[in-house]
Structures are given as C-alpha cells and as structure tokens.
Design a protein around this ligand. Structure first.
Ligand code: ATP
Length: 623
C-alpha cells in the first residue's frame, strides 16, 4: 500500500508540470495541442499554453445522434521523431519479394522532402516559428540503418540550407513531382497529370470501381478535373482544416466526399503542413479499409480532396443508436478486426495513425469500415521484411523478435482480396466467425491463420519516436501524456480504448474534466463496469493493450500479429474479412436524402459551370 502511494505521489509530481498546463478544453474529446520540445528540453514534461487548442467549427451533419463537437477540434504539436528499421528480406519466396518491393515503392511515395538528416540528427522544418532541430540520439543508437520520417504535424522541410539530404531522399525527388502540387498560378492541379496517380494500376483495390472509371472518362474528355465538375449536395461535416461535402461528379450519379480547405485560412492558422500531410498520406493508400483519394485539385482559394463517400456515418454515431449505446460483442469483433487490418497496413507504410477513435471510423456503403483523418499521423520509413513464418517457431522469427514486428499481409496482397469482387459477401459470412464448437477446434497454432498459414512480414515502425502531444484526451497513451516520446505502440493503446468504448459505451479513464482524464490515464488502474457482460477474452485483450508501459503492451514487439492471435479473434478469417457480412449496412436513402440548400445553391452555380460562382458559394459557406 505504502509503495503504491509513493508511486502515485511520484507520478503525480511528474505529471504536474505537464498536466497543470494541459489544455482544459471545453470539449472532452478534443485533440490536444502542446508546444513541441526544443533540443534543450528533450523529453521533459512540457508547458501547455491554454490558447494552444483551436476551437473548430461544429459538425453540421444532421444525422448525428449526439453531437460531439470536440472531435472536430484538432490540435497538435510538432514532434521529435526518429525511425529506425534494420530490415531485409529473409524469405526466398518470389511473391513475398515482390510484395515487399511493392510496399517499398508505396513507402517511397510518402513524400520525404521534409526529412533532412544531419549527423544523426533529423531536422524537421515546419512552418514559421515551429521550425525545430531535433536530436534523436536515443533512437539511433540501436541501428545503423537509415530511416527517415516526418511528423504529420511538421512535415514540410526545406531542401536547402546546411543540412544534407539523405541519399534516399533523392529518390523522393521523383515522388515530389508525382505529388503534383499546384503551381500558384494554376487554377487547377488535378492528379491526372501525375504519373503515380493517373490510373488504378498502382492501386489494385480501385479495379472495377465505377467511380474511378467515371473520373477517368471526365479526364479523358476535359483534361483535368476541377470544382466545376462537381455538384455539392450537402455538407457532411466540418473538421479543423476543412469542410466535407457530399458531391456528385456531375451527370454521373457517382458520389464522393469532397474535403474543401480554404488555403488562406490554412496558411494563417499554420495548418498548411497538416493538410499536406493528410493529402500525401491519402495519395499513398490503397487498402479496402482506408480512404481512396480519387483526385485532388486546387483553385485560387481552395484545396479539394475527392474521396470515397461513406454513407453510414461514423462509429460514434452508430454506437449512439445501439440499444444501451454499445455494440454487441460480435459487432465489435467485426469493427475492431477491420480497424486492426487498417492499422497494420498503415504501420507497414511507416504511418503511425495516432488518432483512432470511433468518430474517425466511417461506415462505407457496404457496411465495412473506413479509417479516416490522417492529419495527425506520423510518417516514417520502414522496410518491410518477410520472415517466412508459417512456423511461428522459425529461427528467423526468433532472431528478429527483438527488433522487428511481424505482420501478416492478409489484406494487402491483391490476390487475397479479389474474390470479393465476384462473390456476394454473405457467402463468406459464416467463415468470418468460426461456428465450430470448442472441442472441434484445432490447436491454437494451427488456427492462427485458418486459410493457409500466411508468411509473416516484418514491417512495424518499432523505433519511431515522436515527442508530439497529439490525440484526444480520453484516447491519449500514457507515454504521450508523460512526454516520454512515443512510437507505434500508441496505436495499440488507442486500439484498446477503442475496443473498450465500443463494448462498454464509454472510455475507461474519462474523468470529470480533461485534467482528471489525463491523470486517470497515467495513474488509475483499468477497471471494467459490471454491465454489460463482456467475455473474458475481450477483457483480457483490453488488459493486454491498456498496459501503461508501452514496452509491456501487447503488440509492442510483433505488432498486429500479436493482436490477431489473441483468443478474442479466434475464428476470424483475416484474409477474407472483407467478404464477411457486416453488422449493419447503411440504407441507400442516406445518399438520396433531400439535398437541401447546398444542393440548390450548388446546382444553380454548377449548372452554368460557373466555377467562380461555386467558389463564391464556398467562400460564403466557410465564414
Ligand atoms: N469520406 C467521408 N464520407 C462521409 N463523411 C465524411 C467523410 N469524410 C469526412 N466525413 C464527415 O465530415 C466530417 C469532417 O471530416 P474531417 O476529416 O474534415 O474532420 P475531422 O474528422 O473532424 O478531422 P480534422 O479535424 O482533422 O479535419 C467527419 O466528421 C465526417 O462526419
């Protein structure tokens, strides 16, 4: 008891400096914004200015059962990042070689202009007063491999000055042009002119996508896509850096979610880099549970991202509609399994998501999920490594266990996905959750992957380190709050909170205010409510994930693979989960709902292809 009290007193003391100045946001789910540390104050608790959190516009979506405006507030601070991965291919399997190469290609597309290396230091140059030179002594000591990363919150670097650009960064010069950034004089910078983004060839999940084809038809006809090609039907919501509209590619009945960001507003609020980070990450993604960015273009005033529209709303809203405001365990299993695959893929690309919460998990037309919102993500470069681990006891796995993570590329390999295009989801429904009785089940090692044992891939940014104070209070990992530096394990902590919230209808450490919440996250033990009744395996998984010390947390060593093998997911067919029957499929009426004022306004403007008029409308809409 005494030692517990002492520990708690020490903890409290350590936290005081940090939390005393943490933002007491008026909204409980507000992401935080804390100044990044300077070189002279590397990992000490930081001082958090009260004014640091930006009040963003509230969601205007009409179908939100219980408004949580806080999730539309996004605050973040630049970080101290470092990412080291010493990876190589251990497998002789040609398929896996090419998979790894594909992944590496994808990784290259993450623009690393921002990454400058200088004698073991990485310099992330942000905008204005946020420029920092950051030491990464702690993280480089274990590895000789070069690794480059950027924090989503301070991603743009200058390529001049005294710093050297790493050799690898040269590779990104081509990527730079492939980003196809709008010239300031041009009105529109459609991706159609970008080789890396001009077809679905690099994005196999876009094959057979009618929206993609519709866009290509317009491109072939008009050259480039712009605002005038779209009818804005209604506002779906508002984030910190822009508003999202349901829009139709005129005359095609193809619907998209268009995120419109006011460039002037982004610049004045120093959010240009966040917007750029989000766009660059979106351009890189090609995964069934992550957004497809169909195109982006710019006008004088606006930067527009055209993404897949999710008519099912977000999981927070959907949870509010459930009896007792929580999902059934079966439904939770489905949603968190899909989120897990999305996180696994992101980690393979060297992207630490950092903002998992139900509000950011959208429900697509087919009831499957789509993880959205990447402007707080942290990017680094990883080199995925196949370790050929059909046999989990393999020597190579043992050898690499301490340095790398293993992930199964279940949803990455296109061949794993293809059947869904031709087979109705219900055909695979029963295979998602095994119906076998306990005694029929095979021993654990054999059911780890029921389809065929898949080779395991090493691709976890284990050594990435950031000092950013980003996230949402209730979802913040203890190491973020304590300012100890954090890596990919924060995504596994938030995964635990997410699982808890979906099951119990609330988060585990929520206090009376944000300050209390932060103290609880760091100092309070995990407790489960008496009701609803939740299985032992679910609680066990949560316990494993919500371990305060990241190095003892489940998935710290081997990433998503560790979580997939937990009994909670027993029977989940990871390779075919995309073909499973979702708990709920959104009604089509969502799309066809009376469009309202925006539709009329936009139609009036768009009917004359009055591009300037549409801009005027958006301008009016913004302020
Ligand atoms: N693809 C989409 N389909 C349907 N609705 C979407 C889509 N993307 C965003 N939305 C809606 O628009 C809202 C605003 O999204 P947006 O990503 O701009 O803000 P956010 O999630 O609050 O994050 P941020 O503040 O970082 O911008 C979301 O809360 C969601 O309701």
């Amino acid at each position: 008891m005494a030692s517990k009290a002492i520990t708690s007193a020490i903890q409290e003391q350590q936290m005081k400096g940090a939390i005393d100045q943490a933002i007491e946001s008026s909204h409980d789910r507000s992401p935080l914004q804390i100044p990044k540390p300077t070189k002279s104050e590397p990992a000490a608790p930081r001082r958090f200015p009260e004014s640091a959190c930006h009040n963003a516009t509230k969601n205007t979506s009409t179908d939100i059962a219980e408004q949580r405006p806080s999730h539309h507030r996004k605050c973040s601070v630049d970080s101290l990042p470092a990412c080291i991965n010493s990876m190589s291919i251990h497998s002789s399997e040609p398929n896996m070689h090419s998979l790894v190469e594909n992944l590496k290609d994808s990784i290259k597309k993450v623009d690393t202009r921002e990454i400058i290396q200088l004698n073991g230091h990485k310099i992330l140059e942000g905008s204005g007063d946020q420029e920092k030179k950051i030491s990464e002594q702690n993280s480089v000591k274990d590895s000789s491999a070069s690794a480059k990363m950027s924090d989503g919150t301070s991603s743009l670097a200058k390529t001049s000055g005294s710093a050297k650009i790493s050799g690898r960064a040269d590779l990104f010069e081509s990527g730079k042009s492939s980003m196809c950034r709008a010239s300031t004089s041009s009105d529109i910078s459609d991706e159609s002119s970008c080789s890396s983004f001009s077809s679905s060839i690099n994005k196999p999940h876009k094959a057979n996508d009618s929206r993609w084809e519709a866009i290509q038809v317009v491109r072939a006809r008009d050259g480039v896509l712009g605002l005038s090609h779209f009818r804005l039907l209604r506002k779906l919501g508002c984030g910190d850096i822009g508003s999202v509209y349901l829009s139709e590619l005129s005359g095609t009945k193809c619907y998209f979610a268009m995120k419109v960001m006011d460039k002037g507003s982004l610049a004045s609020r120093k959010k240009l880099l966040r917007a750029q980070t989000e766009r660059e990450i979106l351009q890189t993604l090609d995964h069934p549970f992550l957004p497809t960015l169909y195109t982006h273009f710019e006008t004088d005033k606006f930067s527009c991202l055209v993404m897949e529209f999710c008519p099912g709303g977000d999981l927070h809203t959907l949870r509010q509609r459930q009896p007792a405001k929580h999902f059934t365990e079966q439904a939770v299993k489905f949603y968190v399994a899909e989120v897990l695959l999305a996180l696994e893929y992101l980690h393979m690309l060297g992207i630490i998501y950092r903002d998992l919460k139900p509000e950011n998990v959208l429900v697509r037309e087919d009831g499957h999920i789509m993880l959205s919102d990447f402007d707080l993500s942290l990017r680094c470069v990883v080199n995925p490594t196949v370790i050929k681990s059909c046999n989990p006891d393999s020597e190579s796995l043992k050898r690499n266990n301490n340095q790398v993570y293993c992930v199964q590329p279940a949803c990455i390999e296109p061949s794993c996905i293809q059947p869904s295009c031709v087979v109705p989801t219900t055909c695979f429904g029963p295979r998602l959750f095994s119906s076998k009785s306990k005694k029929d089940r095979k021993p654990k090692l054999e059911i780890g992957n029921q389809v065929n044992p898949l080779p395991e891939l090493v691709a976890e940014p284990t050594d990435a380190r950031s000092m950013s104070f980003v996230g949402t209070h209730e979802y913040l990992a203890p190491e973020i709050i304590k300012g100890e530096g954090h890596g990919s394990a924060v995504d596994w902590w938030t995964f635990g909170i997410f699982l808890y919230e979906l099951l119990f209808g609330k988060t585990p450490f929520k206090g009376s205010g944000n300050r209390a919440t932060l103290f609880n996250v760091v100092g309070q033990p995990l407790r489960f409510p008496d009701s609803p009744m939740v299985s032992f395996s679910a609680r066990d998984l949560i316990r494993g994930l919500l371990v305060k010390e990241p190095q003892h947390r489940l998935a710290y060593k081997r990433g998503a693979t560790e979580i997939k093998q937990h009994p909670f997911f027993e029977g989940v067919n990871w390779a075919l989960i995309r073909c499973a029957t979702p708990p709920e499929i959104p009604k089509l009426a969502e799309i066809e709902r009376a469009p309202g004022l925006i539709a009329r306004t936009a139609e009036k403007v768009a009917s004359g292809i009055d591009h300037k008029g549409l801009e005027t409308y958006l301008e009016f809409d913004f302020f």
